[in-house]
Design a protein around this ligand. Sequence first.
Ligand code: SF4
Ligand code: SF4
Length: 304
Amino acid sequence: MLEIRFHGRGGTGSVLASRALAKAVFYAGKHAVTFPSFGAERRGAPVVPFVRINEEPIYQRTQIYEPDMIVVLDESLLELIDVAKGLKSDGVGVLNSTKKPEQIKLSKPVNAWVLDANKIACETLGHSITNSAMLGALIQGTKIVSLENLERGMLSVFKAKLGESVARKNVEAARIAYDNTIYGTTKGSRNYSDMQPWLPDINELPIGTIIPRTQVNGGQEIGPGSAKTRITGSWSNYKAEINQDKCIQCLQCMFHCPEGTIQQNSDYLVVNRRYCKACKICEYICPEKAISMVKINGLAEIIK
Ligand code: SF4
Ligand code: SF4
């Protein structure tokens, strides 16, 4: 059994890529199953699709914790999430990066095929959705299926969702990636920032909050803190900022923020940038127009 774990972001095609790969495996006469794990509710949030491939029927439906391969579609995830976690000692990576393999630092050294998938996607498709380029690199590196079967799988899955001409452009991106992937070994020993709880304790919640602190449903924590293991601030390049001169302390923004990132600090309000996902609800709700979205300077500002 071959187990592959994709790391992507919501809305950027990682689930479509895993389905196209599974279809290509069927065309190659093998068995495959694929399913995603969605962490949260919107575009930009980390998503982890899984693919299992086998000569025999596959009955296992658990998430993949010790993959043979990892495929990372978004370069920023290399800084944020320990994508090599659980990767088998002889496992391999397929990484989207502008760097050479030996310049990439993960939690452990990983033999990897690396490509600048954003560049290929932008030049071929006119946007930076990297899923098709990553599939081309995956096939070049691992030869799981032939390029021909990958193209059949992609056409079948992409055409149903995006139409034939877009599907064919995606196949072209995969072909270009197939020819432009380099092999090497990454560095190891990168320390990843702990995923810390940030939401207020039950005693710190504003008066009127009616959601219980936590509930357990199938092993997932929900309610305030539902996303406490995720750094939701990494989902956007913009963050909420409060103009203290305009703010009248009505606390409407604090009540409405879905991430609980707005907190009262003695006599003014602060936004925790680590978890502000720039949903703009506070900007919309503020009666004094005291909140605006400001651009941040990359992930370093969030995960420090
Ligand atoms: S934009 Fe405002 S409401 Fe949305 S997460 Fe950030 S602080 Fe909270
Ligand atoms: S909603 Fe606007 S005015 Fe009210 S506390 Fe928040 S920032 Fe201040």
